[in-house]
Design a protein around this ligand. Structure first.
Ligand code: 6LW
Length: 537
C-alpha cells in the first residue's frame, strides 16, 4: 500500500512529472528558502528530497516579501531532454492587484545546474507549460485581478512560448471560464487520445477545494466539463481524515497506469469546541500536504479509483519498490558543512550573515539578526511540523550581553503568529533568563518577566529546550543537564499556527519548529546549537 500523505507537513501545490523511470514532484515553499522542493521516487510510494533549485540570492531574493508571498505553485515538466520548472515569486498580496513575477528555469539533471531564471509574463499565477504534440509550447496560467485574487474571477489563459528566443507571443486566448465552484486556477493541460485534458483547481484552497477536469479536441476550446463532477474533492465528506483535496496534476507510468498527485490537509478536530472548528472541520497546522491517488479512464474521462476523496492508503503502482530509507524522524548533530535538506530559512539563504556550520565545528552557530517579526534578515533555521504528535529538542550554548539579544526555539507560522522559548539577558537581575513569548495576530503576550523570571545559573553552559506537540496543544520544557526537565506551565494552541485560524486574505503555509537567534541591538551575538532531534510520537 502507499500511505498518504506521501509528503508530510507543508508541501502544497504538487506538480508531478516522469522522466523515464523516475518521478519528480515539485512543491511550493512561499517565503521559505531555498525556493521549490523537488522530491524523487521510482515507485510513487517512497520519496526523497532531490533538489531545491532556487538556492542562491541570484536565483531568488525574497527580502521584503509578504507572509505567504514568495514561491507559489511551481510547475515541473520533462521534455526535449530537459526539466522545465516554472514558478511565481509573489511580491505583493495585500493590494487590489496582487503582484508577482514568473520565471522559467531549466536543467538537464534534476540536481542541476539550473539555468538562470528566464522572465515570463507576470500577468498571472500558477503557470504551467504544455509541450504540445505538434512541437509547439504553450504557457497556461490564471490571470491576476481585475480586482483581486479572492475575486471569483475565473479565466484560464494560453500564450504560445518560443523556447528558442524565450519569448511569449502576446496573443492571449481565454480557454476556460471555470464552473460554479469558481476560483479557477492551477491549470495543467495534457494531450491524450486526440483530446486536450485541462485540469484546474477550483473552490479556493480550503475545505471546498477541488480539481475540475474538462476536455476539448482543440487546445483553444471550447472545453467540456466532465459529466462525472469534481475529479478530486473532500467537500462532500466532512468526516474524512484528509480534507481540502484539490490542486492536482496527472502522471502516466512507464507501464501505462495513471496517478494524480494533489494537495490535502489532515485537520485536528475540536470534539468539544465546535465553534472553533472552521466549517466544522477542524484546523490544519501541518498545512497543505501532498497525497497521491490512482486514476482510471472511463469513456474518455479520468476518475479517481474509489471516489473523489483523499484516502489514507491506496494500492501500490505496478513498479519495483525503491525504498530510499528516509526516516520520518530527523536528528542533526550539525557535523556537515551544508545545512540538511530538512531545514529552511526565511526569505534568504543560510549564509555567513545568518550563521555558520564551521565556526564551531559540530554546531549550528546562529548570529543574532532581525527579530521574528521581520520581513528581511532573520537567523531562523526551521523544519516542518509533519505529525500531530511529536517532540523536538535542542541543546544550546548562549551568552547574551543585553536585553535585546535572545536565542532559543520557536514554533512559527508567519511574522504575526508564533511562539518563542528563549534565553535573554535581564539587565535588572544581571542574569540570563528563560522566557516564553506568544504572538497571535500581532498581539504579544509575555511569560516569565517582571518578578516571575526563571534564572539560568551563571555556571550553566548549556540549556536544553524541548517542544512537545500533542494534538490541540503544545508545551515547551527546559533542562540544565539534559536529564531533568521542567515543563513551562503555560501551554499553547497548535491550531493557532494554521492557515485556518489565521485566515483573512489568504495564508498558505504551515507550522515550523525552528532554532532562532536575534540581536536587535546589533552589538553582535551568537548561539551555538549542538544538536536537534525531531521525533514523531
Ligand atoms: C496557489 C494557488 C492558490 O498558487 O494558492 O488559492 C496558491 N490558490 O493555486 C498558493 O498555494
Amino acid at each position: 500500500m502507499i500511505s498518504n500523505p506521501i509528503l508530510k507537513g507543508f508541501h502544497p501545490d504538487p506538480s508531478v512529472c516522469r522522466s523515464g523511470e523516475d518521478y519528480y514532484i515539485a512543491t511550493s515553499t512561499f517565503e521559505w528558502f531555498p525556493g521549490v522542493r523537488i522530491f524523487h521516487s521510482k515507485d510513487l510510494k517512497n520519496w526523497r528530497l532531490a533538489a531545491t533549485p532556487l538556492d542562491s540570492v541570484e536565483m531568488l531574493d525574497m527580502r521584503g516579501n509578504p507572509d505567504s508571498g514568495g514561491i507559489w505553485a511551481p510547475n515541473i515538466t520533462y521534455a526535449d531532454g530537459l526539466f522545465w520548472l516554472l514558478y511565481t515569486d509573489v511580491k505583493v498580496i495585500d493590494a487590489p492587484w496582487k503582484n508577482g513575477r514568473n520565471f522559467l528555469v531549466t536543467a538537464e539533471n534534476i540536481e542541476g545546474p539550473w539555468s538562470s531564471p528566464i522572465p515570463m509574463g507576470n500577468g498571472g499565477f500558477d503557470p504551467s507549460l504544455l509541450h504540445n504534440e505538434d512541437g509547439k509550447k504553450y504557457y497556461v496560467y490564471r490571470p491576476w485581478g481585475p480586482r483581486n485574487h479572492s475575486d471569483p474571477y475565473n479565466k484560464i489563459v494560453v500564450q504560445e512560448f518560443d523556447a528558442t528566443t524565450n519569448k511569449l507571443n502576446k496573443k492571449r486566448t481565454n480557454i476556460f471560464e471555470g464552473t460554479d465552484l469558481k476560483y479557477t486556477e492551477a491549470p495543467n493541460i495534457y494531450n491524450k487520445d486526440g483530446y486536450y485534458y485541462l485540469l484546474t483547481a477550483e473552490g479556493g484552497t480550503s475545505f471546498e477545494h477541488s480539481v475540475t477536469v474538462a476536455r476539448s479536441k482543440d487546445l483553444f476550446g471550447p472545453y467540456q466539463v466532465s459529466p462525472h463532477g469534481s475529479l478530486v474533492t473532500t467537500w462532500h465528506k466532512p468526516t474524512n481524515a484528509i480534507q481540502k483535496a484539490g490542486h492536482g496534476a496527472l502522471v502516466e507510468t512507464q507501464n501505462g497506469e495513471w496517478f494524480i498527485t494533489y494537495l490535502a490537509s489532515r485537520p485536528i478536530r475540536f470534539p468539544d469546541r465546535p465553534l472553533l472548528a472552521r466549517r466544522g472541520r477542524g484546523m490544519c497546522p501541518l498545512g497543505r500536504e501532498t497525497v497521491i491517488d490512482r486514476i482510471e479512464w472511463v469513456d474518455g474521462w479520468p476518475l479517481v479509483v474509489g471516489g473523489a476523496h483523499a484516502k489514507l492508503e491506496i494500492p501500490e503502482a505496478n513498479l519495483p519498490e525503491c525504498d530510499w530509507g528516509v526516516s520520518e524522524n530527523f536528528t542533526d548533530n550539525f557535523d556537515n558543512h551544508k545545512l540538511d535538506g530538512n531545514w529552511q530559512t526565511l526569505r534568504i539563504p543560510f549564509s555567513d550573515k545568518l550563521g555558520s556550520l564551521t565556526e564551531n565545528p559540530g554546531h549550528l552557530r546562529l548570529h543574532g539578526n532581525d527579530s521574528l517579526v521581520s520581513l528581511f534578515e532573520q537567523s531562523t533555521v526551521a523544519t516542518r511540523w509533519r505529525h500531530h504528535d511529536f517532540s523536538a529538542q535542542t541543546k544550546m550554548a548562549f551568552s547574551p550581553e543585553n536585553f535585546q539579544q535572545s536565542a532559543g526555539m520557536c514554533c512559527y507560522y508567519n511574522t504575526s503568529n508564533w511562539t518563542y522559548c528563549l534565553v535573554d539577558f535581564d539587565e535588572k537581575l544581571n542574569k540570563r533568563c528563560l522566557r516564553l513569548i506568544q504572538v497571535d495576530h500581532q498581539i504579544a503576550t509575555f511569560h516569565h518577566y517582571d518578578g516571575n523570571e526563571i534564572i539560568v545559573p551563571d555556571e550553566i553552559a548549556h540549556v536544553w529546550m524541548k517542544v512537545d506537540v500533542k494534538g490541540l496543544d503544545y508545551y515547551y520544557s527546559y533542562s540544565f543537564d539534559g536529564k531533568n526537565w521542567v515543563q513551562f506551565e503555560k501551554s499553547f494552541e497548535s491550531w493557532k499556527i494554521s492557515d485556518d485560524y489565521i485566515d483573512g486574505r489568504g495564508f498558505f503555509t504551515g507550522a515550523f519548529v525552528g532554532l532562532h537567534c536575534e540581536d536587535i541591538s546589533s552589538d553582535g551575538c551568537f548561539a551555538d546549537f549542538e544538536s536537534f532531534t525531531y521525533l514523531a510520537k
